[in-house]
Design a protein around this ligand. Sequence first.
Ligand code: NAD
Ligand code: GLY
Length: 350
Amino acid sequence: MISVQVNASSAYPVHIGAGLLDQTGGLAAQAVKSRRCAVVTDSTVGPLYAGRVCASLEKAGFSTLLYTFPAGEQNKNITTYSKILEFFAQNRLTRSDCVAALGGGVTGDMAGFAAATYQRGVDYIQLPTTFLAASDSSVGGKTAVDLEAGKNLAGAFWQPKMVICDTDTFSTLSTETFADGVAETVKHALIKDREFLDFLMPADLRQSIPQVVRRNVEIKAAVVGEDEFERGTRKFLNFGHTLGHAIEKCSSYRVTHGHAVAIGMVLATRAAERLGYSPAGTLDTVIKANQRFGLPIECPYTAQALYDAASGDKKRDGGSIDVVVLEEIGKAKTVRLDMDGLRAFTEAAL
Ligand code: NAD
Ligand code: GLY
């Protein structure tokens, strides 16, 4: 088992290893005082893994409740969130009980938001089962649901007490869902660690999962430790996201988050090169990285459609928005744009 410590406003470990779901109870007992746990999962992950998680929790002395919602980003919304809260209330969950988010980023974000807000906050642990959730969303305490107006528009910062990543769960992921995690991995390398990109490019990622998840978590933990509430450098983690979120929204969430971020990184870098924020050759590296891992590079939407979707992004601060660009490979910076600047950036991206 590999363990990485996250030093945010509360410190917690991220445990990474094969077969860890069967150790959930013993590990969770080190992290939470409660011995009553509401496991929240989705309709794909529940039948695969919830039985083992509940059995392990019960073996360690927890009583368990299980809530299953229909899988998919289209269900990461206020309706599902509200049903989770009602389930907690009907089962008399109290502030001294705990929640376990078992699944991908949709489950982690939504169960995390329910934990953050139910009775003004209950403890929770993250049990990521996608490469994306293990490498990114389960760490750092961002929780949210989508609104009609856009992605993640209602949410909270609420750090988990522990993250337990069983890398065996990735064996049941589709190629496309695995690739979503590759996109966030490439993002971490592009914004923070050129050597990591050099390692990734020739690697067989399926054979290097523990090392790759570990490096992703180390990068994310370092960023979150420095700027938990995204006042500065945490914004770098949003590389590819302003236009990526716009693509997700334009597609009514048929384009998955990781694939949208992959295209968003290409678009942001094309605009950044054309507008002089990134040196020549940066776009070529981003495109090659996407192509190497079978990630998309073409945007199916017009600049106008992307601008309309992006101008509602939550990263907008009054009349301006910070977009993330690469100063060089392995180093990011933000550029503050007013709405005319965002329009010009979006037009230069295509
Ligand atoms: P997801 O949770 O929808 O999972 C993708 C699909 O894979 C779902 O159908 C799910 O049921 C299925 N699945 C999950 N684990 C499986 C397994 N082991 N075997 C078989 N199928 C499995 O999507 P995701 O890509 O994990 O996460 C995307 C979400 O994460 C987006 O909503 C995005 O906004 C969010 N996100 C949040 C953060 C953060 O910091 N909080 C960071 C990145 C992304
Ligand atoms: N995925 C963006 C963040 O955690 O800040």
